[in-house]
Design a protein around this ligand. Structure first.
Ligand code: SAM
Ligand code: SF4
Length: 477
């Protein structure tokens, strides 16, 4: 179906803290760009490769591309952009579930209040320490803490959990960056959490479609679409400029959700002059008492295509993929510019100290599809010549807007991100790797070093690598 579409008619002004999404506008772009010519598709890809953000209309052109050869060109474009902008570095993190009490009733989530089968727990101080110790023993340096929405999980409670995590030091192990995925607060609440030294605050809109949003959020505070939509505006107002957005794919039409995400990025840029740090696009998975609606289920083909489209649409935003996806899908979309993945994930409450136990959907939020240990994920990345990174330097040096720097400051990746990836990889190889992985990892580091032509910088990097071999830790540029 096509229609005459006038964007001016729909445009909502972007104002701080104000809802910004018009469903008719989004559908308007999808309908008005149906059947794009190959020429138009190539023009849009070329614009992105010149490192310019795509408009909603241009993104819709890619969304409406169905010819398999042109879809391949979109994927090639994303591969090229990834090489151009991000190099071969992949940041690793792990989720840690702190509490699964919840007063909301989200149809798709095992934690929903109406699910009486769910075993509810909140980790106490000692239990958090035990989980973090296990994560540090595997080699993790970056965590995301996850919470249900419940009066017990106040900003003060979350801030205390963050401080507890930062306080756990096991041998050379320590967590250097704690991100949060929790219900949104008011501005004062966000300030409390910020003061504990969090990294990114992540809140997913789940679905950007207002009516579907109401249908699937059947009870609790989360029913309020606009409170959720403006959550990260309040975080910004509280001084948290490092935020992550996301859509839960499978609740509504994926084409709408992709444009919803891009619209959200536009809003941030218009109001705060900085986009979100990361975008997440989890595909919905089976959960206790929930089966996926086949009407909106996202196929592997559509999923891989949409990841490539997102890469081209918002070239400088970090993209997160989680263990919800099986290894073969991860492998494909890593090439399109996913910049962060989790490794050795266990989403069962207290799961990191229950190694090897099969998943119990009554004790966790949803089913995961990648059960590999961090060691296995690291070995695989190294084999494929990606440089796994645990780097937290920008966050700790207050280099804000780091994602923008990576993208726009010439040589930033080469001078900062890649060397820091190598330094954190060397720490991992020294402290946690098998002898075989260690040898392969150091070979990857020395192959990468060969591409450095600036001898002074190369010497500095080699000197730091040597210091790590001699037992020093936490060195970065
Ligand atoms: N309670 C907070 C909230 O709703 O924002 C925070 C965390 S919730 C535990 C984390 C995210 O998990 C949700 O935002 C949702 O996108 C995702 N999630 C929930 N159910 C899921 C399912 N069945 N499959 C995949 N992801 C799911
Ligand atoms: Fe609660 Fe979040 Fe799950 Fe909804 S998605 S039921 S708010 S934990």
């Amino acid at each position: 179906m096509s229609m005459i579409y006038n964007p001016q008619r729909y445009k909502i002004e972007d104002l701080p803290g104000q809802p910004f999404l018009d469903a008719d506008e989004i559908w308007g772009y999808i309908h008005s760009t149906a059947n794009p010519s190959p020429n138009r598709v190539r023009q849009v890809i070329a614009k992105s490769l010149s490192k310019q953000r795509l408009s909603l209309e241009e993104t819709a052109v890619l969304i409406n591309t169905t010819d398999p050869d042109l879809v391949e060109e979109i994927k090639d474009g994303a591969r090229n952009l990834k090489e151009l902008v991000y190099g071969r570095r992949i940041v690793l993190f792990a989720p840690l579930y702190i509490g699964n009490f919840c007063t909301n009733n989200c149809a798709y989530c095992g934690f929903r209040t109406g699910n009486s089968n769910q075993l509810r727990t909140t980790l106490n101080h000692d239990e958090i320490v035990a989980q973090v110790t296990a994560l540090e023993e595997a080699g993790h340096k970056r965590l995301i803490l996850v919470f249900g929405e419940h009066p017990d999980y106040s900003p003060e409670f979350i801030a205390e959990a963050v401080r507890t995590v930062y306080g756990v030091k096991k041998n050379h192990g320590e967590i250097r960056r704690v991100n949060i995925n929790a219900a949104p607060f008011d501005v004062d609440g966000f300030k409390v959490v910020k003061a504990a030294g969090i990294g990114t605050y992540q809140v997913f809109q789940e679905t950007y479609h207002p009516e579907m949003y109401k249908q699937v959020h059947m009870g609790g505070k989360k029913r309020d679409y606009n409170w959720r939509l403006t959550a990260l505006d309040r975080a910004q107002e509280a001084g948290i400029d490092d935020v992550g957005i996301g859509a839960l794919l499978g609740l509504y039409d994926w084409r709408f959700e992709v444009l919803g995400l891009v619209r959200h990025v536009n809003h941030f840029e218009a109001v705060y002059n900085v986009g979100p740090h990361t975008i997440s696009f989890p595909r919905i998975k089976k959960a206790s008492g929930y089966t996926i609606n086949p009407k909106y289920e996202v196929s592997d083909d559509d999923f891989t295509k949409l990841v490539a489209i997102l890469r081209l649409a918002v070239p400088y935003t970090g993209m997160i993929l989680t263990a919800r996806e099986p290894a073969h899908i991860r492998d494909e979309v890593l090439q399109f510019g996913v910049s962060q993945i989790d490794g050795g994930t266990n989403i069962e409450m207290k799961g990191y100290t229950l190694a090897g136990k099969p998943q119990d959907l009554d004790a966790e939020q949803f089913e995961i599809n990648d059960n590999r240990s961090l060691r296995e994920v690291m070995a695989e990345l190294i084999r494929k010549e990606y440089i796994p990174s645990f780097c937290t330097a920008c966050y700790r040096l207050n280099r804000t807007g780091e994602h923008f720097m990576e993208f726009s400051v010439p040589g930033f990746i080469k001078r900062f991100c890649q060397p820091n990836a190598m330094l954190t990889l060397a720490e991992y190889l020294e402290d946690y790797a098998t002898p075989d992985d260690k040898q392969k990892g150091y070979r990857l580091i020395s192959d990468t070093l060969e591409h450095y032509t600036d001898e002074t910088f190369k010497n500095k990097l080699e000197e730091r690598l040597e210091r790590i071999r001699n037992g020093e830790r936490d060195l970065y540029f």
